[in-house]
Structure formats: C-alpha cells, structure tokens
Design a protein around this ligand. Structure first.
Ligand code: ZN
Ligand code: ZN
Length: 139
C-alpha cells in the first residue's frame, strides 16, 4: 500500500528543499541523486524536482553544469553575470567565478556575427591546485 504524503508542498517550499539539498551535497549532483536525496521530504516526483531545479536556475540560485549533466547551488547569490566554472576531473571540486570580460567578449562576437545566443556554458575542465600539486609531488 502506498502512503500519500501528509501535505502538499508549495513551490517555494520545494525550492527551499532542493536548494538545501544542493548545498548539503557540496558538490555537483545529478537530478537522480537529488531525487534520491530529497526522499521523505514530500518532494518526490521527478517532474516536481525538475521544475524546482528550473526555477532555481532561472532565479540564479542554482546552476546546471552541462559537461557533467549535474547541478550545483550558486555560490554567489547576487551575481549578475553568467557563472563560469572550473571543474577538477581528479577530485570533482567545482569553483564558481565571475568573468565579466570573458562573457562580454563572447557577447560582442555573437552580436557581430548576428548569432542569437540561446544559452552560454563556460566550464573549464582540468585539475585544481591541490590535485595538480599532489600529481607533481607523486612524480
Ligand atoms: Zn552562481
Ligand atoms: Zn582536485
């Protein structure tokens, strides 16, 4: 027998639960991992989780990492620019930063080429400082 959730969560509640789960994870998580993590909170249906994620992304509270197909909580709740990410392939650490000049250069090119930008993904893949240091120490 399936148990019904005791009460329906409002969209705002759902968003809070999802963003808290992302922050708790402290690393990029897939939608599946996220759905698993919020089990028992009343936010269980995958479409509900996806809708909440989309709202959070629209509001700039979360970001989607295209190359990992994963989501992270935003580190800078007030940034106006598109976020740029540096992703360590060795330990999975993700560093979010702003690069207004890089984004401006891309927008300038798009304007010049009359290219209509639908989305912009800026992700650097490689090794973080700690992993690079550990790698060179190991020889
Ligand atoms: Zn951000
Ligand atoms: Zn690393």
């Amino acid at each position: 027998m399936q148990q019904k959730p005791t009460k329906r969560r409002s969209a705002a509640d759902q968003d809070k639960i999802i963003v808290a789960a992302l922050r708790d994870a402290g690393r990029p998580v897939s939608a599946y991992e996220l759905i698993d993590q919020v089990k028992g909170t009343g936010v269980t249906a995958p479409p509900t989780v996806y809708r909440a994620l989309q709202r959070l992304i629209d509001d700039g509270l979360a970001h989607r990492l295209e190359s990992l197909n994963a989501f992270v909580a935003c580190n800078h709740p007030h940034h106006a620019n598109k976020a740029v990410f540096a992703i360590c392939d060795a330990c999975g650490a993700v560093t979010e930063f702003d690069s207004a000049s890089a984004i401006k250069a891309l927008q300038t090119w798009a304007k010049g080429a009359e290219f209509q930008v639908r989305s912009m993904t800026l992700e650097l893949r490689g090794k973080c400082k700690a992993c690079a240091a550990a790698g060179s120490a190991a020889g």
